[in-house]
Design a protein around this ligand. Sequence first.
Ligand code: ZN
Length: 72
Amino acid sequence: MDKIVICKQCGKPEYWGEMRWLSGRCTCRNCYKANWQDENHCLYTWDDLDGKRPTMKEYQEQQDERYRNGKD
Ligand SMILES: [Zn+2]
């Protein structure tokens, strides 16, 4: 399972492998899209940012799992 991280911009969980870089910021797909539209002043029309997002529950479960395994 892909590692889940918390986006620093919106505080929502996102898969680590789906985080996007834009202007030195590493954000989730939602924020990337918003930032991209902000910078380019046009709509982001591609669908590569669609797809399943992890839930806060999944993030918590992963944190619990990591704690149990002593990885932190
Ligand atoms: Zn975000």
